[in-house]
Design a protein around this ligand. Structure first.
Ligand code: AMP
Ligand code: ZN
Length: 119
């Protein structure tokens, strides 16, 4: 069924507590944890507890949860004290754009200068 945990999904395992992660925030619908290979001083992933392969699929099925993720991204930025300076939120979508984990996740990046356009 759409949104159900997938046995072979790394981020479903983090949600279930089967794979360790440095969790910084959790809500009824989301988990936020530090990226294992950080690209900036603040690099946190905000994920839905439900499984969808990418952000657009989540938006189509459960738009409120997508809103929860964005709201949480600001809380993460505030807690890491990067909200005032500015931070970037990114949904890599598709392998060609660098998506490697096919459970929707929002990257929250901050704490250094951020180039635009990104590479
Ligand atoms: P993406 O390339 O957009 O699919 O992002 C996946 C992100 O997950 C990458 O930035 C990885 O560094 C990160 N990642 C992979 N495994 C883990 C893990 N076990 N804990 C935390 N972050 C991870
Ligand atoms: Zn998953």
């Amino acid at each position: 069924m759409a949104g159900e945990p997938q046995a072979d999904c790394l981020f479903c395992k983090i949600v279930a507590g089967e794979v360790p992660a440095t969790i910084v925030r959790e809500t009824e619908t989301t988990v936020a944890f530090r990226d294992i290979n950080p690209q900036a001083p603040t690099h946190v992933l905000v994920i839905p507890k439900v499984h969808y392969p990418d952000a657009a699929s989540l938006a189509a099925a459960e738009p409120q949860v997508l809103a929860d993720i964005l709201r949480e991204s600001r809380e993460v930025a505030a807690e890491d004290k990067v909200e005032d300076r500015g931070y970037r939120v990114v949904f890599n979508t598709g392998a060609g754009a660098g998506q490697t984990v096919f459970h929707a996740h929002l990257h929250v990046l901050g704490g250094r200068g951020l180039q635009w356009p990104p590479g």
